[in-house]
Design a protein around this ligand. Structure first.
Ligand code: PLP
Length: 199
């Protein structure tokens, strides 16, 4: 995935023209201001912290919400997906470094949330997303891999799920992430250059 926060539509469309097929945006306001200018051949995933009152703005245009971190948010996505007549793909975000400044649920709460959202008919759980702390030890990546395998292992306990995505790895750590099972890396600055603000 090419993470396109702070990147202008012109540069995004240049990247799409070069073969990028998946974009990631993390701020609702910024995404809304740019999305109508996007080359429509690329899909967009929402990857930032999402407030329940903003789901309505993105429900029609993104193909996945990677940052589901509460049952309340899952319920609101389900409700609006039903209204829009669609099934929304989601990932559960795990706060793997247990950092106070980051969103995501504790790893110990994964199974419970995954099970609870099975009653929501308009969601399809596809896997997990995480942002390991900067400079995190390899064991943190391996722990995420373990959680992902655990989720896959829930099998019939997750009748509405299709677990195939571990979204982990950014410009600074994607090699480690891939080594530990990631199959979706989210690359921003390594593609587009440094931003003037951090995540
Ligand atoms: C900004 C961002 C990225 C990309 O970060 P880079 O270090 O620029 O590659 C990945 N994931 C999320 C959730 C982000 O907000």
């Amino acid at each position: 995935m090419a993470v396109t926060k702070t990147v202008s539509p012109e540069r995004i469309n240049f990247a799409v023209g070069k073969g990028v097929t998946l974009l990631g945006e993390n701020r609702v306001q910024e995404y809304l201001s740019k999305k109508d200018s996007y080359d429509s051949s690329a899909e967009v995933h929402f990857i930032g912290h999402l407030q329940t009152n903003k789901v309505k703005y993105i429900i029609d245009s993104v193909s996945m919400i990677q940052s589901v971190d509460s049952l309340k948010l899952a319920r609101e996505i389900d409700r609006l997906a039903a209204k829009a007549g669609r099934i929304m793909d989601i990932l559960i975000e795990i706060n793997i470094g247990e950092e106070e400044t980051k969103s995501g649920i504790d790893s110990g709460a994964m199974k419970e949330l995954a099970t609870e959202i099975q009653s929501l008919e308009n969601l399809r759980l596809r896997g997990l997303m995480a942002i390991p702390p900067i400079g995190a030890d390899e064991s943190v990546f391996e722990e995420m891999h373990g959680l992902y395998e655990e989720l896959k292992g829930m099998g019939g306990g997750l009748p509405r799920a299709a677990i195939d995505t571990l979204s982990m790895g950014m410009s600074g750590d994607y090699e480690l992430a891939i080594k530990h099972g990631s199959n979706l890396v989210r690359i921003g600055s390594a593609l587009f250059g440094a931003r003037n603000y951090n995540i």
